[in-house]
Write a protein that binds this ligand. Structure first.
Ligand code: NAD
Length: 312
């Protein structure tokens, strides 16, 4: 059991709430910050101490940051599609994702708390890949305001680490999925199929490729970042690259829907990246080993969906 004080920003969101559960299971004393703009209070483990707080508010943040050993910084505007990529309100997204991250580092210094910071970055920092699989040394060329804001967060991490000796680990998360994720492609598919199991309309050509990671495996990466890694930048993905078309087929098979017609809109949203496949060998050296394959993960997601949203 760990006798550590952890702070999780964005701890009532999808990834954050699973992380909080795991930390509490391991004996950490956990504080959560979330403004509940997207996170849900129902997601929150009752053993966590909760502060409803906006990370853009530096002074309030400073009141909460004290003698934590580790800060997992996940709070961000990470909503779907056009908005997730920041096109709808790029200034707001910059303020939350970049300035919010700057505030986390400023308050660590100001509070003199000596905490290590694990920063949830994104594969969106790479932009359209120049080669596959994408290593951490791949050029950083984001093609969306969201990606730019995540790069800014990474750069603040590097600068504060360099100047103030804060240990920082940056996790570039590819696509994570699982229970409590109320959006993104898998949830969208299930929702659409519940409405009409005969037709599944899919955004784009269906040829976009993603490297899905089941939530429990992504949480393993955060735990490794605390326990085994001192600093650095790491890709987090499941090693399960699949096209959206094939993903839809796996899901239909699991649901036992044999006659559903697939329809593709051809055009995707602005700033969408065609192919995201990660090289995860750097993280594997520290013991990262994704355990859940795509079929197993989708099965768990489907069970959760049916429990919470009803039958399909
Ligand atoms: N889910 C993925 O596949 C994925 C991929 C790449 C990167 N990420 C990153 O991982 C992190 C968690 O993502 P998620 O999928 O759990 O998203 P999420 O939206 O479920 O979680 C983000 C949380 O941050 C909170 N938040 C937003 N703005 C805030 C603010 N101003 N102050 C305080 N809290 C605020 C939200 O209420 C939410 O609970 C994000 O930083 C995201 O960019 C996620």
């Amino acid at each position: 059991m760990e006798d550590k004080r952890a702070l999780v920003t964005g701890g009532s969101g999808f990834i954050g709430s699973h992380l909080v559960d795991r930390l509490i299971e391991y004996g950490y004393n956990v504080t959560v910050i979330d403004d509940l703009s997207y996170g849900k209070i129902e997601n929150l483990n009752e053993k966590a101490t909760f502060f409803k707080l906006d990370i853009r508010d530096y002074h309030k943040l400073l009141e909460v940051i004290d003698d934590q050993d580790i800060i997992f910084h996940l709070a961000a505007n990470a909503t779907t599609r056009e908005s997730s990529l920041g096109w709808i309100d790029p200034v707001n997204d910059y303020q939350v994702n970049a300035v919010g991250t700057l505030n986390v580092f400023r308050s660590v210094v100001e509070a003199d708390c000596n905490a290590k910071v694990v920063y949830a970055s994104s594969a969106a920092v790479y932009g359209e890949p120049k080669y596959l699989p994408i290593t951490e040394n791949h050029p950083i060329n984001p093609i969306s305001p969201y990606g730019v804001s995540k790069v800014a967060g990474e750069k603040y991490a590097t600068a504060y680490s360099h100047e103030y000796g804060i240990e920082t680990v940056t996790l570039r998360i590819f696509n994570t999925y699982g229970p409590r994720q109320p959006r993104y492609v898998m949830f969208d598919f299930l929702k659409k199929l519940k409405e009409n199991p005969k037709l599944l309309k899919i955004l784009g050509t269906g040829e976009q490729i993603r490297d899905y990671c089941y939530i429990d495996d992504t949480i393993d990466a955060f735990i490794l970042a605390d326990k085994k890694i001192k600093k650095g930048v790491f890709n987090v993905a499941g090693g399960n690259p699949v096209s959206i078309r094939d993903l839809a087929k796996v899901m239909l098979e699991i649901l036992g829907l044999n006659n559903t017609k697939l329809e593709f809109t051809q055009k995707s949203w602005r700033g969408d990246i065609t192919t995201l496949v990660a090289d995860i060998s750097r993280l594997k050296k520290f013991g990262f080993k994704p355990e859940t394959d795509l079929e197993g993960g989708i099965l768990k997601l489907v069970e959760y969906f049916k429990e919470t949203m009803g039958p399909i």
